[in-house]
Design a protein around this ligand. Structure first.
Ligand code: BG6
Ligand code: MG
Length: 209
């Protein structure tokens, strides 16, 4: 494998919990209790699509204006949560695995739905390790569409079949497979059943991947 493409939230950085907390607060504001099970389906999905999905679950319709207001409030809340994050928020084993790949001359990319991806990479001090970054400001089709990963492979000048993807979300695993890449799930093997391989976290990572 030549190219290693990483999702951000929940794979490199422990920020998935902040997205969940922010969405939970927004949903609560219109009387809907968002559960961890709902949240599992929102992982890897951008802001507007997530809010639309929550409204379907809640059986709510909002005016365009309120919709945009809530989407904005969610992001403001998320930004407050991540205001003081630093490298301690990196998930276990992430830094040494990225450094190991670098030392091996492998190419490293980010493939994330987040529009705040650069900010998170900067704050956790891993930005310089990436050869290319594709984030939510650059793609038009959300995961499970493969666009984000295909663009990452393009950015690395590699063929999709030479790339593997690390993902914590079912939608991201689907996107990686649709891109023709090897999909490695990070987390729960049952939730990520469609992955080619699942690791609980990077500490246990077999360095041969
Ligand atoms: C993804 C997270 O990485 O970023 C989602 O898995 C989150 O939970 C999304 O919603 C954030 O997207 P945005 O559009 O708010 O930057
Ligand atoms: Mg994720």
């Amino acid at each position: 494998m030549e190219g290693y493409i990483f999702d951000l939230d929940g794979v490199l950085v422990d920020t998935a919990k902040y997205h969940y907390l922010a969405w939970k607060e927004i949903a609560h504001s219109f009387g809907f209790e968002l559960t961890p099970e709902h949240n599992e389906q929102l992982k890897g999905i951008g802001r507007e699509v997530s809010l639309r999905q929550i409204l379907v679950w809640a059986g709510k319709t909002l005016s365009e204006e309120t919709f945009h207001d809530l989407a904005l409030r969610k992001n403001e809340r998320y930004l407050q949560y991540i205001e003081h994050i630093d490298a301690t928020e990196l998930l276990p084993g992430v830094l040494s695995y990225l450094q190991h790949l670098k030392a091996q001359g492998k190419k490293i990319a980010l493939g994330s739905a987040s529009k705040n991806a650069r900010l998170v990479l900067e704050r956790t001090s891993i930005l310089p390790l990436f050869d290319t970054i594709v984030d939510g400001t650059m793609v038009s089709q959300p995961k499970p569409n493969p666009e984000v990963f295909l663009r990452a492979a393009e950015g690395l000048s590699l063929s999709p079949t030479d790339c593997c993807v690390f993902e914590d979300a079912p939608a991201g695993i689907k996107a990686a497979k649709a891109a023709g890449m090897k999909a490695i799930g990070v987390g729960d093997a049952q939730v990520l059943a469609e992955a080619d391989q699942v690791i609980p976290h990077f500490s246990d990572l077999v360095l041969s991947i």
